[in-house]
Write a protein that binds this ligand. Sequence first.
Ligand code: DOR
Ligand code: ZN
Length: 346
Amino acid sequence: MTQSLTIARPDDWHLHLRDGAMLAAVLPETARHFARAIIMPNLVPPVVTGADAAAYRARILTALPDGMHFEPLMTLYLTEHTDPADIRAAAASGLVRALKLYPAGATTNSASGVRDFDKIRPVLDTMAEIGLPLCIHGEVTDPDIDIFDREAIFIDRVLDPIRSATPGLRVVMEHITTANGVDYVKANDTDLGATITTHHLIINRNHILVGGIKPHYYCLPVAKREEHRLALRAAATSGDTRFFLGTDSAPHPDHLKENACGCAGCFTATNTMALLAHVFEEENALNRLEAFASRNGPAFYRLPVNAQTLTLTKSDTPTAFPAGIRAGDDTVTVFDPGFPVYWDVS
Ligand code: DOR
Ligand code: ZN
């Protein structure tokens, strides 16, 4: 028996494309299914000015294979030196759709991030004035804070004070991993949204650590206890417009994941839509997959829903996803959910 589901073409509201050979390898994996994506700026060096974003956007479009359509929605990496006039111009031209705030040291290539939040006050005031969203990696970086508590503590110590001090600032809590994050979004107004990744709907911290360390399940924020995964599932499948898909698909070469100091990131671009169909079916919420993947994000970013569609089909035999993709001389392992998935994009 086959079952199928057609939804408005989805967008990915948090994506790492990298650059060079890696960009060329991973871009088709996203463009095959997604119309648009919010492109993370944590390159080395980071994308900090409007000119950087224009150049990176051009490299992305050059890497797009003939016949594929994809719109990169550019972001700038917020630093303590970001110039409010530059972001005002970059936003007004339509080039830049959001700024990304990394607390310094929180994750991959975040060394240029923010240490002193008072220094970014003029930028935040400008963003509130022009309605430009701030995408936040919400983890404190204090060495004395347990890594599993870093998101919950960030909400109290950093996020809530920033929002209180900047009325009208539109914020996306990126890749929330806790019930605390879900609750904070629900308790606040429509100026606050959150992205949820595919992998955080599937794994909890046991997947990383039980039976040996599984480096391909290590990402940041790190997956938490099962009760948090269930809270994320409930939020994603609820239809609540404040929750939308941001895969945080983050490719790293296998030799840097399977390493004594392995990089954080799960590469899910290839099979995200099939995995989401599986998850939403398990939650009896297939009718709300379109809201999560295709409607709630555009509503927050004040963009139209895509006119094109995507059809997912469920068959009797498990889908054979590639184990990895080639990127130059490297391999990037595709996220393995650890159970058979019968859905695929048709
Ligand atoms: O797991 C992650 N990988 N989390 C991040 O915040 C960054 C990302 C990356 O760039 O690899
Ligand atoms: Zn990310």
